[in-house]
Design a protein around this ligand. Sequence first.
Ligand code: GTP
Ligand code: MG
Ligand code: ZN
Length: 356
Amino acid sequence: MSLNLYGWDDNRKQEISGFENSGLVPGRIISSSRGIYSVVNKLGEVRAELSGAFRYKAVSNLEYPVVGDFVLMREEPELYIVDQVLSRRSLLKRKAPGESSEEQILAANMDYVFLVFGMDGGRSFNVRAIERLLTLVWDSGASPVIVLNKADLCEDPGLYQSEADSVSMGVAVIISSAATGQGLDDIRAVLKQGKTGLFIGRSGVGKSALTNALMEELINETGDVRHDDRKGRHTTTSRDMFLLPWGALLIDTPGIREISLTGDVSALFETFSDIKEASKGCRFNDCSHDSEPGCAVQEAIQSGLISEDRYRSYKKHLNEIKYQQRRGDARLEMLEREKWKAIHKEYKNFGSKKGQ
Ligand SMILES: Nc1nc2c(ncn2[C@@H]2O[C@H](COP(=O)(O)OP(=O)(O)OP(=O)(O)O)[C@@H](O)[C@H]2O)c(=O)[nH]1
Ligand SMILES: [Mg+2]
Ligand SMILES: [Zn+2]
């Protein structure tokens, strides 16, 4: 098994060039569950855990490895120990559900994130939901792609498409059906060999069905694996990242219900690039686009170029992100203080023992 199959490239090789004699070996995390990681390395699929030192040093859960991460591990008799997480080219995170201000990391090192919606008339599809997922993905550093699935259950996919187009700001929109295979080629054209993609969306929109359909394509072509065997293989493994037949990687994620935004305001300007563009005409540089004189955004709303709803959505994202940023900063400061308190305490104990 070569790690090159799993997205390992020359830049990564470069990144670990200082570790050649360290005994550490690279791998990529394909699933994680309660502190146990499945990692692909040159031997195949292995089991790994975190070292105690890693847990001790970690200030925030952002530092913990997640699916898609490249890691360096050391080998122990029974399993591997994750020593460090290599740099992340992208990171998909959201505010953890509930009251906590913690961020929850979903995955790392994706090139593309596919926002999957169902066109079967459920509540999953609306332009506001697209905007929210777009902001989430723009913040990750990966490129978003919109997928409108279940075309076979939809009378007029064109209606969905034009709604999506009205907020996509140039992001590609793919019409697909996991049932008929429509649009799979479009996904494949985006997700080329060596690239990593991720499916995100509400429960039931067809993320796993699409994953299975993409997995099966080439197997069907070669035709030497019986259908039942294949089903069995998919349902018995608990992996979250799949090596697709043409050499791309795909991360399937469980359905998300509530998306609370976190991250950086710049992501917002990608989602609402029309508002950003309009704001260049505002009289004041720090215009908040509420009621300032000479506000070009308000003008665009008056003239119907930007809808009132879309503007409200923008404001909502902005407030959420700013609120979350303030809470996040406060929390990190608190954690940092706690850590130093613990270190000082340990040091004091040590000092007094020495003095005895
Ligand atoms: N007709 C039709 N059914 C689909 C399509 N895609 C998915 N389904 C069905 O919709 C149901 C839900 O699909 P899943 O793939 O499990 O949905 P999911 O997004 O993975 O859901 P979670 O894992 O709960 O987040 C299943 O019964 C699928 O067979 C499609 O394109 N057409
Ligand atoms: Mg699923
Ligand atoms: Zn303005």
